[in-house]
Design a protein around this ligand. Structure first.
Ligand code: HEC
Length: 196
């Protein structure tokens, strides 16, 4: 350590350590953008989606739904950085966009509504992972459902299914067509999608 500038030397050492640590932590990459299909036309569950852009997390807890929400978990929604950037530029989801919703239970609560108290206050706090739903933009393959296909990889703890067949329209696409903005509930992710 340079005795004349001990603080500077320490600051430089800290900066060097800071440069090393993130690159080790970011060993994973987001992987290729766009869907992979099996020979039978099933969608392959994308790898490394936790390295994608995290768009937002709607929450419909049991405590606010008479004790039986269809999806009581956080709905953590991810999109590949390539498709996120394209949407921010054009306001359109490009062909091949995958919107991946991973369900995450809230930690078991101590109050009847499922909430608990932590240092930050009373509320819901993220717990175990519990399932994956996906929507894919492909205007040819899914031309009968406004260019989007819908897939379920299981509503349970990991491991999830490795591949999934497209869902019938009445299971998924119908509700998205009736209630979403061009099949995607983009309003819930507005802060990360730009001001469109
Ligand atoms: C009754 C209506 C309804 C049905 C049926 C439905 N969804 Fe959704 N879906 C929503 C709503 C509302 C959101 C956004 C708010 C939320 O997650 O609570 C959403 C969000 C999503 C998202 C995140 C992207 C987006 O558009 O916001 C995916 C992916 C998704 N749903 C897939 C599916 C799949 C797969 C099925 C069928 C297995 C399905 N959905 C059935 C209403 C529905």
């Amino acid at each position: 350590m340079n005795p004349r500038f001990p603080l500077l030397a320490r600051a430089l050492a800290a900066a060097a350590a800071a440069c090393v640590l993130p690159s080790a932590a970011l060993a994973q990459s987001p992987g290729p953008a766009g869907p992979q299909w099996t020979a039978a036309g099933e969608l392959v569950l994308p790898k490394n989606f936790h390295e994608w852009i995290f768009l937002g997390s709607p929450l419909t807890p049991n405590g606010l739904n008479g004790g039986k929400a269809g999806f009581p978990e956080y709905h953590n929604v991810y999109v590949h950085p390539t498709h996120w950037a394209a949407y921010r530029k054009t306001g359109e989801w490009p062909e091949g966009t995958i919107l991946l919703k991973e369900l995450q239970l809230s930690r078991p609560g101590t109050h009847p509504d499922g909430s608990s108290v932590e240092a930050s206050g009373r509320g819901y706090f993220p717990g175990a992972l519990n399932g994956i739903d996906i929507s894919v933009r492909d205007s040819q393959r899914f031309k009968d459902s406004n260019g989007w296909g819908f897939f379920n990889f299981g509503h349970h703890a990991p491991p999830y299914a490795a591949t999934a067949a497209a869902q019938a329209s009445e299971n998924c696409a119908g509700c998205h067509a009736a209630n979403a903005d061009r099949m995607v509930f983009a309003k819930f992710y507005a802060p990360l999608l730009g001001s469109r």
